[in-house]
Design a binder for this molecule. Sequence first.
Ligand SMILES: Nc1ncnc2c1ncn2[C@@H]1O[C@H](COP(=O)(O)OP(=O)(O)OP(=O)(O)O)[C@@H](O)[C@H]1O
Ligand SMILES: [Mg+2]
Length: 252
Amino acid sequence: MLTVAVLQQKGGSGKTTLAINLAAAAHLDGRRTLVVDMDRQASAFDWSAAREDGSPLDGLAVVKADRAIALPRFKEIARGYDYVFLDGPPRLGDVTQSAAVAADVALLPIQPGPFDFWAVAETLESLDQADQVREQLGRTPIRRVFVVNRAGAGTRLAREAEQELRKSGGELAGVVHQRVAFPDAASRGESVLTSPAAYAAADDIQRLWRALKGGKHGPQPQEAKPRTKREASEGGRGEARRGRKAHRRRRA
Ligand SMILES: Nc1ncnc2c1ncn2[C@@H]1O[C@H](COP(=O)(O)OP(=O)(O)OP(=O)(O)O)[C@@H](O)[C@H]1O
Ligand SMILES: [Mg+2]
């Protein structure tokens, strides 16, 4: 079993979006997958309730747990699942702490620009505290993995964010671009992987998912960059490859 806690104290950084889309990727891979919604806003829970029957995401479990969960209780909740995604709240405190004690990986979404870098420093301190508790429990330190979210295709800010992360020694699992497909899919209880014409967003999620589950296809930021001005204006490599028709469909 692998447990991924999506954590970042800054509100709106993309925790829920990434947790539900990665969970969808795991579920569609045939893995028994659980999302634990640890936020009082219950966005992930509402997301699953909005889904129509007969969706390819049927069977993807989402439970609410907006209080701190002790490790034995967490193990009970997670029993029988291959992948568990913890959708953290937009604040530090005992709920985030308990997620960081229970998880194997902390996935930290960063939006390009300075504010998220400053905000993540406090989240990292909170992971340091969780590591002390983990040590007492005989657990190894949590693996800290960053993802740049809401990147504009080929923008300077996104590249700078990648460079900053690499300089700070952080492990960068991938880059997810700003795409309307994310809120659009979420509003129907779906993922970008189960939405028509969301190819570019789906590419980002699949790449991130492969990096997280430890496949040989790690992060490839070089490839993720658009190669020509025209591709950049069309929104990235995935769409450029699929041609203008797909691009028109996505915009429609
Ligand atoms: N890559 C993306 N492209 C477009 N929209 C995005 C992307 N990631 C997130 N969003 C949108 O940004 C908003 C905030 O995202 P989300 O709810 O996932 O953040 P969060 O960190 O879970 O927020 P909170 O801290 O309030 O729980 C949502 O409307 C979501 O649809
Ligand atoms: Mg959220």
